[in-house]
Design a protein around this ligand. Structure first.
Ligand code: TXA
Ligand code: MG
Length: 314
């Protein structure tokens, strides 16, 4: 049987839901990146996600729901601010972290007392959650620490042999992961910049953000300093006009090439796929030019910084 099947067919969705119900793993499209899904109420299925991704057991997963109602059942209480954020940004690339209810198995949250929940915007993701009739736990569908997949093909190359099915819903529209916000009393803490900008969030609530996370902070356990990395060493580069050295072989990841009209949304949507393509070219290094850290630029620079583990090319 085929492993990559079109996400927009009813027969694909029922096959995928059947696999999830039996404790299997299905990769599915979301508007941000492809997710590797398991039935969130099945601890053994969720354990397989950790195995397949080689994800450390202290790194909690995001639970995907199809409605605000469904999210509320996963949290102990839903503060008015969270409600406001969900109404404004869902379905969409915003993940909210709040104290969890008894409905969430500990393995999903890596033992934390909170759970991260989001409602994705891709119609196939919503349809899959509805077909299963339960929330889906899903990290990005890549081996831990590597570049996130924005196409079904990329999932197949990385994890194809280890998972049960891949739903192909076309290229991910946003291209960087969701924004993760922890909700506290009357305010939020940005744990990961993503598809919804800090500026947009701050129109609704005060949000604090420490760009330089102190080492060993376990507030967002899945954010080590090196992440999203291609195999080819990647460096950030301030880009003198002369251009990077021609030898050794250097690939340039340039925002101006990804979006000649300077649209950061276009840059984000092509970022991970371009990293993957450069990674296949047997280069000695990749150099990435920075973008201004405004709007989506904050998420783009976060990914580039981690992909380079903070290394700048002199
Ligand atoms: O866009 C996305 O969010 C994608 C798609 C598939 O939905 N998912 C995704 O999941 O990026 P993942 O597992 O690659 O990243 C989840 C991030 C990690 O940094 C994790 O540490 C953090 O969310 N996280 C999850 N639960 C948390 C919690 N209870 N408290 C703090 N951080 C949490
Ligand atoms: Mg990830």
């Amino acid at each position: 049987m085929k492993k990559i099947i079109p996400a927009d067919k009813a027969s694909s969705l029922s096959r995928a839901a059947r696999i999830l119900r039996r404790g299997g793993l299905v990769a599915f499209p979301t508007e941000t990146v492809y997710g590797l899904g398991a039935d969130a109420s099945n601890p053994r299925a969720v354990a397989r996600i950790f195995e397949v991704k080689k994800r450390p057991s202290f790194d909690p997963l995001i639970v995907h729901v199809a409605s605000i109602q469904e999210a509320k059942r996963l949290w102990k209480k839903t503060p008015a601010l969270a409600e406001k954020l969900m109404k404004k940004f869902w379905p969409g690339p915003l993940t909210l972290v709040l104290p969890k209810s008894g409905k969430v198995p500990d393995i999903v949250t890596a033992g934390l007392p909170t759970v991260a929940v989001r409602c994705p915007r891709h119609p196939a993701a919503l349809a899959l959650i509805r077909a299963l009739g339960r929330p889906i736990a899903a990290p990005s569908a890549n081996p831990f620490g590597r570049t996130s997949p924005t196409a079904a093909r990329a999932v197949f190359e990385d994890l194809g042999k280890k998972i049960d099915l891949i739903l192909d819903g076309g290229p991910a529209a946003v291209g960087v992961e969701s924004t993760v916000v922890k909700i506290g009393r009357g305010r939020g803490t940005l744990l990961r910049p993503g598809g919804i900008s800090l500026e947009e969030l701050r129109k609704i609530l005060p949000v604090s953000f420490k760009k330089k996370k102190t080492r060993g902070t376990f507030e967002s356990p899945g954010l080590p300093e090196s992440h999203y990395a291609p195999r080819t060493p990647l460096f950030l580069w301030r880009g003198p006009v002369a251009g990077p050295p021609r030898s050794p072989r250097v690939g340039v990841l340039s925002p101006a090439v990804l979006s000649p009209r300077g649209d950061l949304r276009e840059v984000a949507s092509k970022l991970f796929q371009t990293m993957r393509e450069l990674d296949k070219m047997r280069l000695d290094r990749i150099v990435a030019l920075p973008v201004p850290e405004k709007g989506l630029g904050l998420a783009i620079m976060d990914r580039l910084r981690r992909a380079s583990a903070g290394k700048w090319m002199k």
